[in-house]
Design a protein around this ligand. Structure first.
Ligand code: ATP
Ligand code: MG
Length: 362
């Protein structure tokens, strides 16, 4: 075995041991908390008092198969199984206490924030724009014209999320909801090879579903909690968010019902991202708004609902005919707006080299 390969393997083993130790420590901490009655642990939804076999069955049919998903549900959603509002509230409370979401002190909020992990996009420049990578527990939206690189970024994230934390990944898998049939395994293989990963292993960690209609798209997400948990999914992608909604809900009369459904869909995505500490990414199309005198005439579709539920919005556009793309952070809860350049190449999402940047300026 060549020397550096052996060394790499040794490093991997050490990394693994380190991770194991962390996990052990976390398990001990949890056991102590459990004994002291701070948090109750429920493994299955039936373990929650008030959830009998019949209620559990109905909850499953509605897509609540894990305690995590129940904790993020609204009363109205749970009442739909035919329980009283009081009972619905009790079930949600019990699920919340089980996974430790309730009122907390602000200093503990800091601890919760510390659980937010970051996923690298493959471009250091783009990562810098979002303070180190895409955040877990919230939704990031990429919008732009066709060919601007939205789906390419999604593909790259599918590979990157599988990397170790040190390498910018989250050691996790992907749930990919594809609405336009633009997911390409060949691209995943190319990107995996470029990063020195085994493509056969990489594709095993991508759970793929094609959504045929907007209802189907919603259904897939509503029924994904168990899949997410079982596959240690740390990245949930909806590419593209609006394609079906736009083509099915036409005209002003349908706008209100479209927005209502969209709100539900985004709420669900956000809830899953929070419950499973995962990154959620949606892509979005743009439309021209010629009356925007001072800002970008290309605005993302989906209106205020999408605008308010995507915590981070990144606009992508082509710089010229070549590989170069410009990413602009348009909205973030705490970061300043800004722009960075990156490239979409056969290898995936990359940074421009210093020479390329210099050549562009000339
Ligand atoms: N194998 C590859 N090598 C180099 N560049 C590629 C490769 N595959 C795709 N690209 C680049 O990515 C572009 C397509 O980008 P992408 O599919 O991400 O667009 P999009 O923003 O998702 O558009 P749409 O709105 O149509 O979905 C191509 O035009 C090309 O520039
Ligand atoms: Mg696309």
């Amino acid at each position: 075995m060549p020397k550096n390969q052996a060394q790499e393997q040794q490093e991997e083993v050490e990394e693994f041991n380190h991770l194991e130790k962390d996990l052990e420590a976390a398990a001990v901490e949890e056991a102590v908390e459990e004994k002291s009655g701070i948090v109750k642990k429920y493994e299955f939804i039936e373990d929650i008092s008030g959830v009998g076999p019949a209620t559990a069955q109905k909850l499953r049919e509605l897509g609540y198969r894990t305690v995590e998903a129940l904790a993020m549900a609204t009363m109205r959603e749970i009442e739909a199984v035919g329980v009283s509002d009081k009972k619905a509230s009790q079930i949600i409370q019990a699920a919340r206490s089980a996974i430790g979401v309730s009122f907390i002190r602000a200093d503990q909020l800091l601890k919760q924030r510390q659980n937010v992990a970051r996923l690298s996009t493959g471009s250091k420049a783009l990562d810098k724009l979002v303070a180190g990578g895409l955040e877990t527990q919230s939704i990031t939206e990429f919008y732009g014209e066709y060919g601007s690189g939205k789906s390419q970024v999604c593909h790259q994230l599918c590979v990157n999320v599988q990397l170790s934390l040190e390498k910018g990944g989250l050691n996790g898998g992907v749930l990919y909801i594809d609405t336009e049939n633009t997911f390409r395994l060949e691209r995943i293989v190319q990107m995996a090879n470029h990063l020195g990963l085994n493509p056969e292993e990489v594709v095993k960690n991508i759970i793929y579903a094609e959504a045929y209609t907007s209802d189907h798209q919603m259904f897939l997400l509503e029924n994904s909690d168990e899949v997410i948990k079982a596959n240690n999914i740390k990245l949930i992608i909806v590419d593209s968010l609006m394609a079906h909604f736009r083509s099915e809900y036409i005209g002003r009369e349908m706008l209100a019902s479209r927005q209502q459904k969209l709100n539900k869909h985004m709420h669900k995505l956000n809830a899953l991202a929070r419950a499973f500490n995962a990154v959620a990414v949606v892509t979005n199309q743009v439309m021209a708004k010629p009356d925007q005198f001072f800002s970008d005439p290309l605005v993302p579709v989906g209106g205020n609902i999408v605008g308010h539920t995507s915590q981070t919005r990144i606009a992508l556009r082509r710089a010229s005919k070549g590989e170069v793309r410009i990413a602009r952070l348009v909205s973030s809860p705490y970061l300043p707006d800004g722009e960075e350049v990156l490239k979409v190449t056969a290898n995936g999402i990359e940074d421009m080299t210093e020479e390329e940047k210099a050549a562009k300026k000339r």
